[in-house]
Design a protein. Structure first.
Length: 351
């Protein structure tokens, strides 16, 4: 079972390695006001963009502001990338699982079973992939640039009905699972569907599906899934969704160089805030779920091996084959993820 103590250690480690900007530094420049579109309420998921917005405003003495519009007020989550291209707003959160056909290369980060459970490693690997020439070109078609990732915890499942105590129990189960997680679950005989996170509660309550995969634990709490759910998995780690923050290239190119530099300087602080928020969320949520009497499922190593071999492994091979045929350097991107993971672990002393 995931331990909040470990999460707290990760927070401390992240904070200790991140540079802190001088508190009194002020970067001069013109007045610029950006709008940022994100779905759902303020939560651990949004700790990064909130830190980003506060940082640039503080460092410019209020001249560069980023107003965050929650709850899909500007755009539905699945439409954010389209609206970045249209210039409807300057910056947004996206999740690649909402529209995988629009960016085939970046979907490598949605593959199940990737060794990205460590938060710092996760951030370093995603940043490296974002800089790959193919990925840069891929998002340029949407007049967008990938700024930073949300350090999504590995997903777990929460659901209703009889708890799936073995991988075999997922056979025939209709569930909400995006990207590679959904593909892996399909290999186990489940019936995955793609539903935006804000719609999961109602769909689960109405019986549209029996379980949903969401980042553990904050997303279940943010969308009140625990008010409906009866059980949750704790150590399945079926994958995580890639949810980058994207900036409109046209807007970015109009931004003074000193403001552009601030966006980059804010990233490590944003990542530290995400790690801290998620650790605090885990501690609070697990206590609440225990009080409600939800069943916590812990899978044996044998069951986890079944998931890895029958669920996840075939997805990697199929993804490489399918996307290579479409002109994507798929094997190169997958190799990049694995090699950058090793580099990140070595740099952080986490081998």
């Amino acid at each position: 079972m995931k331990q909040t103590a470990l999460a707290s250690l990760l927070v401390t480690a992240a904070l200790s390695t991140l540079p802190i900007a001088p508190a009194l530094a002020v970067v001069d420049g013109p007045k610029v006001a950006w709008n940022l579109s994100v779905w759902g309420p303020p939560r651990a998921f949004t700790a990064g963009i909130e830190t980003l917005a506060k940082y640039v405003e503080k460092e410019t003495g209020g001249k560069f502001t980023i107003k965050i519009h929650y709850g899909g007020a500007l755009s539905k989550g699945q439409d954010n990338l389209d609206n970045i291209k249209l210039g409807s707003f300057e910056i947004a959160q996206i999740c690649s699982g909402y529209h995988p056909g629009k960016h085939l290369g970046i979907n490598v980060l949605d593959l199940p079973g990737l060794p990205l459970g460590d938060s710092e490693v996760h951030a370093m690997v995603h940043d490296a992939v974002f800089q790959h020439p193919y990925i840069v070109k891929e998002f340029k078609r949407w007049d967008a640039k990938l700024l930073m990732t949300v350090i999504q915890p590995q997903s777990e499942f929460m659901g209703v009905g009889a708890p799936p105590l073995t991988m075999a129990d997922f056979k025939g189960m209709r569930l909400r699972a995006l990207g590679g997680t959904g593909a892996a679950m399909k290999n186990l005989g489940a019936v995955p569907t793609s539903v935006p996170a804000p719609e999961v509660y109602n769909a689960l309550e109405r019986g549209v599906f029996r379980a949903a995969a969401l980042p553990y634990t904050y997303a279940f709490a943010s969308y009140k899934i625990a008010d409906v759910g009866k059980w949750y998995t704790t150590n399945m780690n079926p994958g995580s969704n890639s949810c980058p923050t994207v900036v409109g290239l046209s807007a970015l190119n109009k931004l003074p160089p000193q403001y552009q530099a601030l966006l980059e300087k804010a990233k490590p602080l944003a990542y530290a805030a995400l790690i801290k928020a998620q650790a605090e969320s885990d501690k609070k949520n697990l206590a609440a779920w225990q009080k409600k009497g939800l069943t916590a499922i812990v899978y044996s190593p044998a069951e986890l091996k079944i998931f890895a071999e029958k669920g996840a492994a075939p997805v990697w091979s199929a993804w490489v084959k399918e996307n290579t045929a479409k002109g994507v350097p798929a094997q190169e991107l997958l190799d990049l993820v694995l090699s950058e993971t090793k580099k990140a672990k070595a740099k952080l002393g986490k081998n």
